[in-house]
Every structure is written in structure tokens, then in C-alpha cells.
Design a protein around this ligand. Structure first.
Ligand code: FVH
Length: 300
């Protein structure tokens, strides 16, 4: 690795990016475009070539990559890989601000925070609510949690990637928020995929269904504030307009109709089971939001 200073200029810190998959490459390219000097490291060196063409420097080892910059951003496949990469280089973490944008659980984040801090670095965990093409664009959003001082000192640099929202000192909170929002996303996706397969069983194209889905989604979302009130108050009978007992039967009809149409009801069945369990426990006259009481108990 060529020798270089640890800063980009009078005001912009040099930044190291570890991991040059689709996301790490977008992060490094954005830092470069915004005038930062950037050092990169990736297991597969060739992936760095386009960035080297834009002025990035390649570090020969993870330890060199950590030593090169006061601010280090990591984005690899998972936490286990990151830990494996960092362990032999842990001594070089001292004095660094280490920002981990790898996806993992809140527990992963808290354990990583403790380990990184043990090695003398400040730790920020991040949950990226964007795809690689969105990085650096106004619609990109990244949640951060962990060291307050790190966010205070480097929030502006991190802000070039997209809106940077700090969620407090508990390193697990960014991941918790990320995963909660992604749960909403996957719920919507699963309903969409089932709907398309169901309509498709009669030859209706997804493109024909789409104009009906968009406004319906808005109507569906308008129910959420009522569920919020019921859930936060614990009063699942408050303002109920469509009771659970009826909806359990109704969802059962959709599952049966799916089988009749020759498609799999697999995406509907887990929700139906929760509706039926809650109704069988005597809560059929309450709202469907009461299934939260089952969901929030530990899984079997
Ligand atoms: N891409 C996205 O849309 C999402 C948006 C939200 C956040 N995620 C998370 O970001 C992490 C990285 O995702 P990615 O899209 O960059 O993933 P890949 O393109 O598959 O790159 C994976 C990188 O991890 C390196 N890597 C994998 N295995 C190893 C290993 N055993 N040892 C060392 N490095 C490893 C891989 O290196 P290489 O294959 O290029 O050598 C890439 O740098 C992820 O947590 C998403 O959930 C992205």
C-alpha cells in the first residue's frame, strides 16, 4: 500500500471502506465523489479496480486498512465474516471510529460494539434503508446507534451517504429499527406475491392487477393508526370495526380459494393460524391486532 496521510484535507477526514460488494462499492464511490480520500479493502481485490481509477487506495491487509483512516466503514455479508476479518487486525482498531453497516441482529450489534470498544475504538452500528443505487441520493436513509461522540464528530461525513438519523447510545437500536421496518416491507411483499399468483391463476397479469393494488394499499395503511391505539393501550376491542372471529373465517376462505385455484396458500397460513388461535382463546369479538399478544411470546 502506498503511504498516505490520515486526512483528506483541512476539513474532510480520510475514510476506509472494508467490503466492496454492491453496497460497499456504492459507499466508497460516494465518499470519493464528495471529496474524501478513501482507502479500500476487499477479499476479492479486482472489485476495487473501478474505485482505484477514481483515486481510492487499496490496503494490502485489513490491519493496513484500519490504520489508514480515523473513520472506518465496514459493509460485508454478515457479522461473523466481519469478526473473522477483524480479529487478526484488532490491534489496529485503537483510536478509530468504526462504523458497521453490515446487516445483523440487535444482539449482533451489541456484541460487536462491546468487542470493538474493548479494542480501543468507538463504535457506531448502522441500518441502511436504501439500495446501492440510492446511496448518496436524497431518498437514502441510514439509521445509526452507538457512540454519541462518534456520531457528533463524523455525522457530517456519514451524511453524504444519505439522511443520517441517530437513535441513541444502544448500538442495537439501528438494527432493531431496520429489521422492524423490513418486516413491514416483507409483509407487504408476501401479500403482493400471493395476490399476483391468485389473480394469475385466471390469467390476469401482474400489470393488470397493479392499478388496483396501489390505491388499496393506501386504504389498508389507513387502518394502522387504529391498530397503534389498540396495541399501545392493550385494549384490542377499542373501535373494532371488523372483528377477529369474522376475519379468521374470511382469511380461511382466501386460503381455501387459493387451493381451489391450484395455488399454494403458504404465505397466508401462518397468519390464519394466529387468527384462529386468538379466536379460540375467546377474543373473537376483539380486533385482529390482538394477535400481537401471541406474537410477543417467545417462539417454540
Ligand atoms: N444491497 C442491498 O440492497 C442491501 C441494502 C441494505 C443493506 N444490505 C447489507 O449490506 C451488506 C453487504 O451487502 P452487499 O449488497 O454489498 O452484498 P454483496 O454484494 O454480496 O457483497 C458481500 C461482501 O461481503 C464480502 N464477503 C462475503 N463473504 C466473505 C468472506 N468469507 N470473507 C471476506 N469477505 C466476504 C464480499 O467480498 P468478495 O466476495 O467481494 O470478496 C463482499 O465485499 C449485507 O449485510 C447486506 O445485508 C445491502
Amino acid at each position: 500500500m502506498s503511504t498516505h496521510s490520515v486526512s483528506s484535507g483541512p476539513s474532510l477526514p480520510r475514510i476506509t471502506v472494508i467490503g466492496l460488494g454492491a453496497m460497499g462499492t456504492a459507499l466508497a464511490a460516494t465518499f470519493l465523489n464528495r471529496g474524501h480520500s478513501v482507502t479500500v479493502w476487499n477479499r476479492t481485490r479486482e472489485k476495487a479496480d473501478p474505485l482505484l481509477g477514481k483515486g481510492a487506495q487499496f490496503a494490502g491487509t485489513v490491519a493496513e486498512a484500519l490504520a489508514a483512516s480515523p473513520l472506518v466503514v465496514a459493509c460485508v455479508l454478515d457479522y461473523a465474516i466481519l469478526r473473522e476479518l477483524l480479529t487478526p487486525a484488532a490491534g489496529a482498531l485503537t483510536g478509530r471510529v468504526f462504523v458497521n453497516l453490515t446487516t445483523g441482529s440487535p444482539r449482533d450489534a451489541r456484541q460487536m460494539a462491546a468487542w470493538v470498544e474493548q479494542h480501543g475504538a468507538e463504535y457506531l452500528d448502522g441500518g441502511i434503508m436504501a439500495t446501492p443505487t440510492m446511496i448518496g441520493q436524497p431518498e437514502s436513509l441510514i439509521y445509526y446507534s452507538g457512540s454519541e461522540a462518534a456520531f457528533r464528530n463524523y455525522g457530517d461525513s456519514l451524511g453524504v451517504l444519505g439522511a443520517a438519523k441517530y437513535l441513541g447510545r444502544d448500538a442495537g437500536m439501528a438494527s432493531l429499527t431496520d429489521m422492524a421496518l423490513l418486516s413491514v416491507m416483507y409483509g407487504v411483499f408476501s401479500g403482493f406475491f400471493h395476490a399476483v399468483a391468485f389473480a394469475g391463476s385466471e390469467g390476469i397479469k401482474a400489470a393488470e392487477l397493479m392499478p388496483l393494488i396501489k390505491p388499496f394499499l393506501e386504504a389498508v395503511a389507513s387502518f394502522l393508526p387504529m391498530y397503534v391505539e389498540q396495541i399501545d393501550s392493550g385494549d384490542y376491542a377499542r373501535g373494532v370495526v371488523a372483528n377477529l372471529g369474522m376475519q379468521a373465517v374470511s382469511l380461511g376462505h382466501i386460503a381455501r380459494a387459493s387451493e381451489e385455484q391450484g395455488i399454494r396458500p403458504d404465505l397466508l397460513k401462518p397468519l390464519l393460524a394466529l387468527f384462529q388461535q386468538r379466536a379460540a382463546a375467546g377474543f373473537g369479538q376483539e380486533d385482529i391486532s390482538g394477535i400481537i399478544e401471541i406474537i410477543k411470546t417467545p417462539g417454540r
